[in-house]
Design a protein around this ligand. Structure first.
Ligand SMILES: C[S@@+](CC[C@H](N)C(=O)[O-])C[C@H]1O[C@@H](n2cnc3c(N)ncnc32)[C@H](O)[C@@H]1O
Length: 250
């Protein structure tokens, strides 16, 4: 029997180039780094291994436990700590040169009040001149319309002993509240394709339009320093599917 965090860890490999991008900003920061919504440590652990002093904050005890086990399994890692916490209200008693929110974790904040609370906490935890770096997907209307209310096979991933994991999403949209409610199922298949178990979880994201994010950051006292449409630093334009923001307290 595997858990949600095990399947998450197997299937969620990030976006092309995101790890190298965040590592570049973490190295340039020349100080302590905080990752919000660190999950199973996909970004946190390699950055610590690259010599960066990093803290991962995560709300889910299960995801955090997986991150700790993974970190221990890779041998001694200096400069790394994990904290269970909520990015909407945290108080760590210190400040950071860089706060990062990779892989769209900011979208887990479902109301403007929650987004504002998180941005206020982030400001309080940034050194003067410190940076906030994060990415969210771009909600293209066509994409939202096409995906609504149907079961979608997201991918099939090789697992141990010839087994495979199939990942399905069923997404229901509330376009008034800008919410995407995703019911995600992981199916473990043996090497004949027979299903051995199914683990299902529900999560909700609040999609954010790029202009809205600019206003939100200004309202929370940030200025946008850089913005990109991919982790290769291509300019953000109408064809971009990802919105990557570098901001600092105004
Ligand atoms: C898409 S995952 C990203 C994990 C990791 N950053 C990565 O890049 O693989 C989003 C994570 O944010 C966490 N999360 C959601 N709401 C949160 C909150 N309010 N505070 C802290 N973490 C939160 C979820 O539990 C989940 O582990």
């Amino acid at each position: 029997m595997y858990h949600w965090a095990d399947y998450y860890d197997l299937t969620q490999r990030g976006l092309a180039g995101d790890l190298a991008f965040y590592e570049e900003y973490a190295k340039a920061a020349k100080g302590e780094v905080l990752e919000l919504g660190c999950g199973t440590g996909r970004v946190t652990i390699p950055l610590a291994k690259a010599g960066i002093q990093i803290t991962g904050l995560e709300i889910s005890q299960e995801m955090l436990a997986k991150a700790v086990t993974k970190a221990e399994g890779t041998g001694p890692v200096d400069h790394l700590s994990f904290i269970q916490g909520d990015m909407r209200h945290f108080s760590l008693g210190k400040t950071f040169e860089l706060i990062m929110i990779p892989y769209r974790s900011f979208l887990h904040l479902l109301h403007i009040q929650e987004q504002m609370k998180a941005l206020r906490c982030i400001r309080e935890h940034l050194q003067p001149g410190g940076k906030l770096v994060f990415n969210v997907f771009v909600p293209h209307i066509k994409h939202l319309y096409e995906e609504g209310e149907k079961l979608t096979l997201r991918g099939i991933y090789p697992f141990q002993d010839g087994q495979q994991v199939a990942m399905y999403d069923f997404t229901r949209y509330d376009h008034f509240q800008q919410l995407a409610e995703v019911t995600r199922s992981y199916e473990l298949l043996d090497n004949n394709g027979k299903m051995l178990e199914r683990v299902t979880g529900l999560f909700t994201l609040r999609y954010i339009f790029p202009a809205e994010l600019h206003h939100l950051l200004r309202l929370a006292g940030f200025k946008v320093l850089e913005r990109y449409g991919s982790f290769a630093k291509t300019p953000f334009d109408s064809a971009s599917t990802e919105f990557i923001i570098v901001a600092s307290p105004a």
